[in-house]
Design a binder for this molecule. Structure first.
Ligand code: MG
Length: 202
């Protein structure tokens, strides 16, 4: 039983674990989110592996902002499933009302963490709705995923952005290394006088 007199103190480990557990309980595996990342990124990186996609999904899910959005969204979905929200919110969330956009706004708090290219990726995956998003958007199984479908799309979009930013940084690092190696080679070349410089005194 929770001690309500104890002063509140954030437990980050508990938040991270609850995020993982709730996603699993709602039938979402990290691997399924990684598949969405693969769909988003394979045209840019033909050698992309599922391991790399998964690694980026896991890194995104470590972010506090992401965990907060996951916990909030899933909680609202679960309460709507039990019919425990106040009306008219209950019916709007149960029916995934198209003029109710708070689910997308919550997903933006995830996409926001990785900058503007995340928005492009999110818009794309939200239109396409491939993989796990097919099931999350199916309203015939009695489950309500009004928030979760956007959250999953946003995590995939963020993982894609994280990957793109990192790959670019790596590319620049390699380029820098090549440049400095080339500069070192030039410095180390023996100086044999004017003939080696390509000209002779006339
Ligand atoms: Mg939605």
């Amino acid at each position: 039983m929770e001690d309500s007199t104890a002063p509140y103190c954030l437990n980050s480990k508990e938040v991270a674990e609850a995020t993982k557990t709730l996603l699993e309980q709602r039938g979402v595996q990290n691997e399924q989110i990684a598949e969405l990342v693969m769909i988003l990124q394979r045209k840019y990186y033909p050698d992309l592996t599922m391991e790399e996609c998964l690694e980026n999904v896991e890194a995104v899910l470590q972010k506090r902002e992401v965990q907060n959005a996951v916990l909030t969204g899933i909680q609202l979905d679960m309460l709507a499933e039990k019919g425990e929200l106040l009306q008219p919110l209950q019916n709007m969330i149960r029916n995934d009302e198209s003029l109710y956009g708070v689910d997308e706004i919550l997903a933006f708090s995830i996409v926001n963490v990785y900058g503007s290219i995340g928005f492009t990726n999110y818009g794309y995956i939200d239109k396409l709705k491939p993989g796990i998003l097919v099931r999350l958007n199916d309203r015939h199984d009695g489950q309500i995923h009004t928030f979760l479908d956007d959250i999953v799309g946003a995590v995939a979009a963020s993982a894609s952005s994280r990957m793109a930013h990192r790959k670019q940084a790596k590319r620049e690092q390699q380029l820098e290394k090549m440049r400095s190696a080339h500069a070192d080679e030039s410095d180390a070349a023996p100086d044999n006088g004017p003939e080696s410089w390509g000209w002779t005194e006339s």
